[in-house]
Design a protein around this ligand. Structure first.
Ligand SMILES: Nc1ncnc2c1ncn2[C@@H]1O[C@H](COP(=O)(O)OP(=O)(O)O)[C@@H](O)[C@H]1O
Ligand SMILES: [Mg+2]
Length: 239
């Protein structure tokens, strides 16, 4: 069976994963604050809506819708217009986080169905699980979310906020369930210059890149740079 590919349209990124995310997959996007998780995910929805007639839903659990709209306008992405045209929906659940996960998932599902959306971003998983102290609660939540996503029939990006200085990617469960894991890393090079590189840690059914790739966030959004990170550079950065 041929796996259908869902392109992100992010310059040079799709080439790293055989043309795009596998159809119906759940992708974890992990990284430190400021790594570019929101930018990457918003670009995935924006390109989907403007180039591939793919409608999308962006769920803000962490920042407010207003902040999201304003920041995305800096890249020239007018989500307000797309929303008016019925091509995307931005759900601000930052205030109703306490309403309970099931209720919030119902709201997301209703929006996805009424829009006939095929792309979904949840920003962020960490914000939803805040307040859940017991691992068992987190487990229940992940399974609820996973079942929901499989039913939603879409490609979803689940953002995981990685706290500064930590190397663990998730809580140990979502990584196994995910169809793909992208790690966005920020670091300082030997000249103390702030740099970014990404790694694809997992992408089911895909012969994905095995190298780290430098990327940047420019006025156009997320772009993969030409340069692969050399081994000596990597060693220096890891020292
Ligand atoms: N208009 C812009 N031009 C260039 N870089 C930008 C612009 N807007 C944001 N950035 C960069 O992107 C970073 C924020 O990216 P974001 O996607 O919000 O990260 P995350 O969601 O991972 O916290 C900022 O810290 C800044 O370095
Ligand atoms: Mg963010």
């Amino acid at each position: 069976m041929i796996i259908q590919r869902i392109p992100t349209g992010i310059p040079k990124f799709d080439k790293l994963i055989e043309g795009g995310f596998p159809d119906n997959s759940m992708i974890l996007l992990v990284g430190y604050p400021g790594a570019g998780k929101t930018t990457f995910s918003a670009q995935f929805l924006y390109n989907g809506a403007t180039r591939h007639s793919a409608r999308g839903v962006y769920v803000c659990f962490a920042e407010t819708k207003e902040t999201f709209l304003r920041n995305m306008m800096r890249f020239g992405w007018d989500f307000e217009r797309l929303e008016k045209e019925g091509r995307v929906a931005i759900l601000d659940l930052s205030v109703t986080r306490e309403a309970g996960l099931q209720k919030n998932l119902d709201t997301i599902m209703e929006t996805m169905t009424s829009l006939n959306a095929s792309r979904l971003v949840i920003d962020s998983f960490s914000a939803i699980s805040m307040g859940l102290k017991e691992l068992i609660d987190i487990r229940v939540m992940i399974h609820l979310l996973y079942r929901f996503l499989k039913k939603a029939n879409c490609v979803s990006i689940l953002i995981l906020d990685q706290p500064w200085g930590t190397s663990a990617l998730g809580e140990g469960i979502s990584e196994f369930l995910a169809d793909g894991i992208i790690h966005l890393e920020t670091y300082f090079d030997e000249n103390e210059v702030f740099r970014r590189r990404l790694r694809i840690l997992k992408m089911r059914g895909t012969n994905h890149t095995k190298s780290p790739h430098e990327y940047d966030i420019t006025s156009e959004g997320f772009v993969i740079l030409n340069k692969k990170v050399s081994r000596s550079e990597r060693r220096r950065a890891e020292r």
